[in-house]
Design a protein around this ligand. Structure first.
Ligand code: CA2
Length: 157
């Protein structure tokens, strides 16, 4: 029997990276380290697999595409979203509204400690509507976010 769309991605975590994160590992290693986006995606897939989950990793430089993927995660019944919205974190009401509009738990991740940087990075429009926020752990934060989502799932039974 065909599965309903809502049930089709019950064990999938969307890992969404926003603008310029495709440049990871090419510049600013003092802030973002030496790992590339491909390394982040490998870490996410391996961490997810440890919990019997699948990481669906995507990156976009376009705000609307990120909004669409958040809606898609809800429509397809994804288990969670790990979101590094990059600079849109500090500017995007549209992304905040998308996160608020879905019941899928969203964990906000930042590689750097945004609170130890320029003042304009101290504001996150995502944090108030996210299930949780991690920052300052380097790319390990993505793995921690996936472990956290797995713990939430476990607690829900
Ligand atoms: O620390 C993070 O993960 C950020 O979300 C990264 C964003 C920044 O705007 C946020 O304030 C904090 C920037 C991502 C750009 O990444 C680059 C990496 C290497 C070279 C150029 C850009």
């Amino acid at each position: 029997m065909a599965k309903t769309p809502e049930k089709s991605q019950q064990r999938t975590i969307y890992v969404l990276n926003g603008p310029n994160l495709n440049m990871l590992g090419t510049r600013e290693p003092q802030t973002y380290g030496h790992a590339r986006l491909a390394d982040v995606e490998k870490l996410c897939k391996e961490t997810a697999a440890r919990f019997g989950l699948i990481a669906d990793c995507r990156q976009s430089n376009h705000e609307g595409e990120l909004v669409d993927w958040i809606h898609e995660a809800q429509a397809k019944g994804a288990t969670g979203i790990v979101l590094n919205a990059g600079a849109y974190t500090h500017t995007s009401v549209a992304l905040r509204d998308a996160v608020a509009a879905v019941s899928v738990p969203v964990i906000e991740v930042h590689i750097s400690n945004i609170f130890a940087r320029e003042e304009f990075r101290h504001v996150s429009h995502i944090a108030p509507v996210a299930k949780g926020t991690l920052c300052g752990f380097g790319i390990a934060g993505y793995g921690l976010a996936i472990s956290g989502l797995a713990a939430l799932l476990e607690a829900k039974g």
